[in-house]
Design a protein around this ligand. Sequence first.
Ligand code: 13P
Length: 255
Amino acid sequence: MEKRIPLFIANWKMNKTSKDILSFVGVFKELVKGMTHSCEIVLAPAAVYLAELISVTQNTLIKVAAQNCGGSKSGAFTGEVSPLMLRDLQVAWVILGHSERRHIFKEDDSLVNLKLKAALEEDLTPVFCVGEKLEERKAKNTFAVIERQLEGLKSFSESQLRSLVIAYEPVWAIGTGENASPEQAQEVHSFIRKWLSNNISPTFANRTRILYGGSVKADNSTALMVMVDVDGLLVGGASLDPLSFSEIVRQGLNS
Ligand code: 13P
C-alpha cells in the first residue's frame, strides 16, 4: 500500500495583508524546517497575495494554494481568477467547494464540479471540500450529503483525478470551537474512502489523502491524526499564527 504523506493546509480565508504574510513566513519557515521532509505544508492566502507568497517561500519546501478559482480558462467572468492564471503564477494547489463558498457564495455542486474540471485541466492539485450542516447531521443525513457532494467525481477518470485531495469539513465545526470528535471524523473519512474505492478504484482510495477541517488546534491535532483515515488537517483560525500552526503540524506528526 502506498504511504499517504501527511498534509497540513493553512486556509487564511480573508485575513492577512502583505506585511502579515511576510512576518508569518519569516517565523514559520524556521519553525517547520525540521518537519517539511516528513509532511507537506501548504499555505493558502487571499488571491492577491499568491505571487508574493510564492516568491517568499521560494527556497523552502512550503507550498502555496489558492482558496478558490473560476470554472474556465478565461472569459467574461468579472472578479474571477482562472486556473490558467494560477498555473501562470506557479500556484500548484487550489481549495474548491469550501463550505463558505458553498453556503455564503451559493456555489452549488455543479459549479464546484465545473471548477474542479477547469482546475484538473491545468494540472492543479485540487483540495475538494465536503461537509454537512448541523441540521443535516441532526437529521442523520450526513452520509447522503457527502455522497451527493462526491457524485461529480464519477465524471472523471482515475488518471484525471490522480492528484485529488479531499477535505471533510463539517459546517458545524468550522470557526465554532467545536471540532468533530476523532471518532466522528474517522466515521466520515472511512465512508469517503469506501466511496472512492467503490466508485473510482481501491488503489485510488488507498492513496488519496483525506483531510479533516473544523476547529483544529494544537491540542486536538494528535488525536485527530491518530485516526487511520485522517491523513492531514485543513486549518482556519489556528493557522493565522505561525507558532500555533507549526505546533499543529508538530503534534499531528506525533500521532
Ligand atoms: P477553523 O479552523 O477556523 O474552524 O476553519 C476551518 C476551515 O474552514 C478551514 O478551511
